[in-house]
Write a protein that binds this ligand. Structure first.
Ligand code: COA
Length: 249
């Protein structure tokens, strides 16, 4: 089946489900060329500005696949999917329903790291997703001091070196997923909230300093991302369940 035919495949999305698609960003050159055909002019221009071919390819694959995934839920052609951008740059759908005025909007969020991307989609709830490639980081303690809350740093320090590396990225992705769900991006105070990070501890927003009730407005979840990666999802409300999906070209 060509990737073009795949585009038309409709996706069912029950109201209580959040679909999280895992996308590999290194397909063959032919597949990249095929994917690039659905991009809008501004996306082609952005692709052209990447210095390294590898980064350009990953951007094209992530954007074009995002279009295909969203088109499946909206019963549209991928090239017709149109984006708008909220204040801090969060992309949203310009036409978020299959029919005008028909129920809640389709909401999504994207994250990419190294050779992999995640696309999270649901009806109505604000949503944020983050994936990180687990790697060694120069001055990890300094980064934690700068971005993590006191409680998070305390938790990290209870761990031995073997566990601390993954826990660092677990914390990072949970914080980032929450920030991306709110749409705040880098403008938010990163030490103003605390997430769980200890091995085996369920993903949770533990504390939101300025508005204690904010903690209960969101649910966090760990996203299975495969060996070498860690991923997190933040979704408004509690009445939803995560359904992992794998995108294949
Ligand atoms: C842009 C940002 C939202 C995420 O950046 P990132 O983690 O480097 O990148 P990700 O791959 O996870 O996400 C990028 C995608 O998020 C989306 N995005 C952009 N701005 C967004 C915002 N304000 N809110 C939610 N999503 C946003 C876009 O789809 C973007 O993909 P695109 O550029 O291909 O369109 C922003 O939060 C950021 O720069 N964060 C890093 C800052 C930081 O210090 N974090 C510390 C966490 S402990």
């Amino acid at each position: 089946m060509s990737s073009g035919a795949r585009n038309a495949e409709p996706q069912a999305l029950p109201a209580d489900e959040v679909h999280v698609w895992r996308v590999e960003l290194e397909p063959s050159a032919d597949e990249v060329a095929e994917l690039a055909r659905t991009l809008a002019e501004e996306e082609r221009e952005r692709a052209a500005r990447f210095h390294f071919a590898r980064d350009r390819r990953r951007y094209v694959v992530a954007r074009a696949t995002l279009r295909r995934i969203l088109a499946g839920y909206l019963d549209a052609d991928p090239s017709e999917v149109a984006f708008t951008y909220a204040a801090a740059g969060k992309p949203e759908l310009a036409r978020p329903s299959a029919a005008p005025g028909a129920g809640p909007a389709l909401r999504f969020n994207v994250s990419h790291a190294h050779e992999r991307a995640l696309v999270a989609v649901n009806w109505g709830r604000r949503i944020g997703v983050d994936i990180e490639w687990i790697r060694s980081i120069e001055d990890r303690e300094g980064v934690a001091r700068r971005f993590f809350s006191e409680g998070e740093r305390f938790d990290l320090e209870t761990l031995g070196e073997a566990e601390r590396g993954v826990a660092f990225f677990t914390c990072w992705t949970r914080k980032e997923a929450y920030l991306k769900a709110t749409g705040a991006g880098v403008t938010a105070a990163l030490d103003g909230f605390r997430v769980s990070l200890l091995p085996g501890e369920p993903a949770r927003l533990l504390e939101t300093r300025d508005d204690p009730d904010e903690r209960d407005r969101w649910t966090l979840a760990e996203v299975p991302c495969g060996e070498g990666y860690v991923g997190a999802l933040a979704v408004e409300g509690r009445d939803w369940r995560l359904v992992p999906r794998t995108w294949t070209l």
